[in-house]
Write a protein that binds this ligand. Structure first.
Ligand code: SAH
Ligand code: SF4
Ligand code: F3S
Length: 477
């Protein structure tokens, strides 16, 4: 999944109306909640569930932690620097807490799950530590803190999918939203902490996903991103109703199709696809529906089969290349992005060259690139020495980044001179004279505002020039 870092600015008008209808009662009425999220989209999506749970108990959200009664930080453990960022941020909360000793400070998410009660010893200002499967317990845990205790719940679950909780859309543009379709991961890639912080893989009830997509569409949203660590292994078997025949299990291709049928005006994106599991059936489904975006995030990690084996990715270089060829054959206009790790345990210079040659083979549209960071408790940490010196990891990373820069530019240049269907997401970061939105291939497109069109509309934009990250054009409707 793509990794994001930003502050959730928490206000959602519609939902607050709804919360009032629910007539919350109790001692949390009017208390102010601030949530900040780090890490992948799943964490951002979880923060929306947390907000929903607490708004139902009478909380209001705030954008300013200094005025909050409850400050939550939803954390990521994927690399050491992700954790360091969280610790630095906690330091900044110290002075706010000194001024307002009643303030509850909570750590949620993957770092909470990884460190558990240890967190309370390491960071004195923290009052409550809550893992990703325990958010329903938050109101109760906050009460414990109100009574003068510290509180921890890091139980992982085999069933929890929060399927019945309607997320409060935080920091939303009102156009695109995330929908979690599964939780956890069963893959055990040797470098990865996620199976330990997120627990076992489980898929969410298909009907609840479709209902959420429908409700978003009815509320004016025009794009949903289906989220899971490995969406291709989505599998939901509907419960058998009394007197009825058992229904067939729903796989990811079926799910994509069902969500695509909500409306042709609703764009569908998804992340992350695992190279070992992405099937031709999924590719044909993407090809068949105009509203399923022609964009696949297919993390390769390494281009070398020996390293892939050590990483326990369960595919090799040839398998990955075959999957890319299948994408090119079945969905010729599809964009492909990736994740790369440089300097994994024992990686030789020649093996690193194979990552570069894989990049030349695929010509990725986009990539997230990382130097290997050993995570305590993972298979790699137990089995292999983290033996590539930091400067070599970094030099290899620079080579990968430079190559990707060239490829991104090359890929985006092919969009110049062509017309793209773009969903207007908002104003461009640089100027409110320009709109921004993405084309089908997930390329950011910037174009002058045209009074005939508003945020949430589809427009046709002619690409006129580009940088390596943005296509610049004008509306031709
Ligand atoms: N489920 C997704 C990945 C989630 S983590 C998938 O299988 O692709 C996002 C990315 O972080 C991974 O793809 C990997 O490239 C990177 N990553 C994970 N653990 C890492 C580590 N220990 N050091 C460096 N990068 C890591
Ligand atoms: Fe981590 Fe691998 Fe699972 Fe992705 S598929 S979350 S990299 S264990
Ligand atoms: Fe996501 Fe980071 Fe956890 S990438 S699953 S928030 S470790």
């Amino acid at each position: 999944m793509l990794e994001l870092t930003h502050t959730t600015k928490t206000h959602d008008e519609n939902r607050q109306g709804e919360a009032l209808e629910l007539a919350p009662t109790g001692k949390s009425d009017g208390r102010k909640l601030y949530i900040e999220s780090y890490g992948c989209q799943m964490n951002f999506s979880d923060s929306e569930i947390v907000a929903s749970i607490l708004i139902d108990k009478g909380f209001e959200t705030t954008k300013d932690y200094k005025e909050a009664d409850v400050v939550f930080i939803n954390t990521c453990s994927i690399r050491e620097n992700a954790e360091q960022r969280v610790r630095n941020r906690l330091k900044e909360f110290e002075s706010a807490k000194a001024k307002n000793p009643g303030m509850v400070v909570g750590v949620l998410g993957c770092m909470a799950e990884r460190l558990k009660a240890k967190f309370l010893e390491e960071e004195k200002l923290v009052d409550v530590v809550v893992g990703p499967d325990a958010y329903r317990d938050l109101p109760n845990l906050i009460e414990k803190v109100d009574d003068g205790n510290k509180a921890v719940n890091v139980l992982l679950s085999r069933e929890e999918t929060y399927a019945d909780i309607s997320p409060v859309r935080l920091n939303s543009n009102g156009v695109s939203a995330f929908i979690s379709i599964m939780r956890g991961c069963d893959n055990m890639c040797s470098f990865c902490v996620v199976p330990f912080t997120r627990g076992r893989e489980r898929s969410r009830d298909t009907q609840s996903i479709i209902k959420e997509a429908q409700e978003l569409f009815d509320a004016g949203y025009r794009e949903v991103t289906l989220l899971g660590q490995n969406v291709d292994s989505y599998k939901y078997t509907p419960a058998v109703e009394e007197g009825e025949e058992p229904q067939a299990a729903v796989n990811f291709a079926n799910l994509l199709e069902l969500v695509a049928q909500v409306s042709p005006e609703l764009r569908i994106r998804f992340s992350t696809s695992h190279p070992k599991d992405i099937t031709d059936e999924v590719l044909y489904t993407i090809g068949r529906y105009e509203n399923i975006c022609k964009y696949i995030h297919l993390p390769v990690q390494s281009g070398n089969s020996r390293v892939l084996e050590l990483m326990n990715r369960t595919y090799d270089r040839e398998w990955y290349m075959e999957r890319v060829e299948a994408i090119r054959r079945i969905i010729p206009e599809c964009a492909i992005s990736t994740d790369v790790i440089t300097g994994f345990c024992t990686e030789t210079e020649e093996e690193h060259q194979e990552t570069l040659s894989m990049m030349d083979f695929v010509k990725y549209d986009f990539a997230y690139m990382f130097a290997y960071s050993e995570r305590p408790g993972t298979l790699a940490a137990k089995r292999y020495a983290d033996d590539i010196p930091e400067d070599i990891k970094k030099r290899r990373l620079t080579e990968v980044v430079n190559k990707q820069q060239e490829h991104s530019l090359e890929r985006i240049q092919q969009y110049v001179g062509k017309v793209h269907k773009v969903l207007i997401e908002g104003f461009s970061k640089r100027s409110d004279q320009d709109y921004c939105g993405r084309n089908d291939q997930n390329t950011m497109v910037v174009f002058p505002v045209d009074a005939r069109f508003k945020i949430g509309d589809y427009v046709h934009v002619l690409g006129e020039s580009c940088t390596s990250a943005t296509l610049i054009g004008r509306i031709v409707d």
